[in-house]
Design a protein around this ligand. Structure first.
Ligand code: ZN
Length: 158
């Protein structure tokens, strides 16, 4: 087992700061029907505009190791960060996971989630790894903030 696989199993077994907490502005429940993964994500945002921060990201993930580990890595990486930084991390993760192995990911931007780089070679599992992030994007949209994803326009071209 390589280091990345160990990191994934570690997060799956002991998800970082797991559990749903208050206060929160929005809660969403997302399901990945192809694998059976489920995730509930709550967001608590403080501040406005440029100052807006993800004061808390709490979640309850049920499913395969990849989906649980990805939600855990997400929470670890973006809790306390600005929406802009979180958006950058989401864009980087999405780019890595849809690169079919070409983009190894940048640890400075996505943290432990670089361990999920290998998932991009298995199209069926990409949804597992993206589930938590898609729930986050949805929760933020419902909270009235929205994730700032700087590279959305150039997706697939880099
Ligand atoms: Zn899965």
């Amino acid at each position: 087992m390589d280091l990345y696989q160990e990191l994934i199993l570690e997060h799956a077994k002991r998800p970082h700061a797991a559990g749903l907490r208050e206060p929160f502005e929005a809660e969403v429940h997302h399901v990945n029907p192809t694998c059976g993964d489920e995730v509930t994500v709550r967001v608590h945002v403080t501040g406005d505009g440029q100052e807006a921060r993800l004061a808390d990201v709490s979640y309850d993930a049920l499913g395969c190791s990849i989906s649980v580990a990805s939600a855990s890595m997400m929470a670890q990486e973006i809790t306390g960060e600005s929406l802009e930084q979180a958006g950058r991390a989401y864009a980087a993760i999405r780019s890595m996971l849809t690169s079919k192995g070409a983009d190894p990911g940048d640890e400075d931007v996505i943290g432990d989630a670089v361990a999920l780089a290998g998932v991009s070679k298995y199209p069926a599992r990409v949804k597992c790894a993206l589930l938590g992030w898609m729930a986050l994007e949805d929760a933020l949209a419902q909270s009235g903030h929205g994730l700032r994803t700087p590279t959305t326009a150039s997706e697939g071209t880099t």
